[in-house]
Design a protein around this ligand. Structure first.
Ligand SMILES: N[C@@H](CCC(=O)N[C@@H](CS)C(=O)NCC(=O)O)C(=O)O
Length: 211
C-alpha cells in the first residue's frame, strides 16, 4: 500500500502549492491508489526526522520503503508506470534530464522570486533584489520555452519531466511571468488540464478539511 504524508494545515497562500501535489499527481498519472497521512506537530519529532531528515513534506511510503524528496518520489513512481517514464532507455534518460532540469536548473530561481514576494515583499533588500531575481527567472523560463518550441511536451510526449517542470512553473502562479509566455503559458495550461492533475489538486485541497 502507498501512503503519502502531507501537512494537516498550511497557511491559505500555500494551499495548492505544497509539494505533496507533485506526488499525488504522479500517482494519479500512474493509476496507483494511495492513502493520505496528515501530520501536524509531529513534523518536529525525532521520529519524523527519521522519515524526512529536513522535517518537511512530502514523504511517501510504498510498503516498507519510505522515501523523501518529491523528485525522488516521482522517479520511484515512474519506475512503476510508463505513463511517467518511457520504457525505452533513451526516452527514459531524456525524461530524467528534464526532471533534474526542473528541480535543479529552474526551481531555485523561481523559488527565490516566490520567497521575495511571499515573505519579504516590504523589506528594503528585497525591493532591491527583486528585479535581478525576476530577470534570472525570465532568462531560465525563456530557455525552457525556446526548447519547447511548438511541441506539446518537452520530449514530445508527457513524462515525469513535464510533471516536475509544470509543478515548478506553477510556483509563479501569483505572477503573469509564465502565463504570458507564448509557449510556456499554453504548455503549463496543457499540463494542468490533465485529469490526473485535477484529481491530485482536488485531493490536496480537500485534505485541509480532514484535520
Ligand atoms: N526538496 C524538497 C522540498 C520539500 C519542501 O520544501 N517542503 C515544504 C512544503 S512544500 C515543507 O515541508 N515546508 C515546511 C518546513 O520546511 O518546515 C522536496 O522537493 O520534497
Amino acid at each position: 500500500m502507498i501512503t503519502v504524508t502531507s501537512f494537516v494545515w498550511v497557511p491559505e497562500f500555500a494551499r495548492g502549492q505544497v509539494r505533496d501535489v507533485r506526488v499525488r499527481w504522479a500517482l494519479e498519472e500512474a493509476g496507483l491508489a494511495y492513502d493520505n497521512r496528515l501530520i501536524g506537530e509531529e513534523q518536529a519529532s525525532p521520529a519524523y526526522r527519521l522519515e524526512q531528515p529536513f522535517a518537511q513534506v512530502p514523504v511517501m511510503h510504498d510498503g516498507k520503503l519510505g522515501l523523501f524528496e518529491s523528485g525522488a518520489i516521482v522517479m520511484h513512481i515512474g519506475e512503476k508506470s510508463e505513463a511517467l517514464l518511457p520504457r525505452d532507455p533513451e526516452g527514459r534518460a531524456r525524461a530524467m534530464c528534464w526532471a533534474f532540469a526542473a528541480l535543479n536548473s529552474v526551481e531555485p530561481f523561481l523559488m527565490q522570486l516566490a520567497e521575495i514576494d511571499f515573505f519579504h515583499a516590504d523589506e528594503e533588500w528585497a525591493k532591491l533584489r527583486r528585479p535581478g531575481a525576476e530577470e534570472m527567472v525570465r532568462k531560465r523560463i525563456g530557455e525552457v520555452s525556446a526548447w519547447l518550441g511548438e511541441s506539446d511536451y518537452l520530449e514530445g510526449r508527457f513524462t515525469a519531466g513535464d510533471l516536475l517542470m509544470a509543478s515548478v512553473l506553477r510556483i509563479l502562479d501569483h505572477t503573469d511571468i509564465v502565463k504570458t509566455d507564448p509557449r510556456l503559458g499554453p504548455y503549463l495550461a496543457r499540463c494542468l488540464a490533465r485529469p490526473a492533475f485535477g484529481r491530485a489538486y482536488a485531493a490536496h485541497m480537500a485534505s485541509f478539511g480532514e484535520g
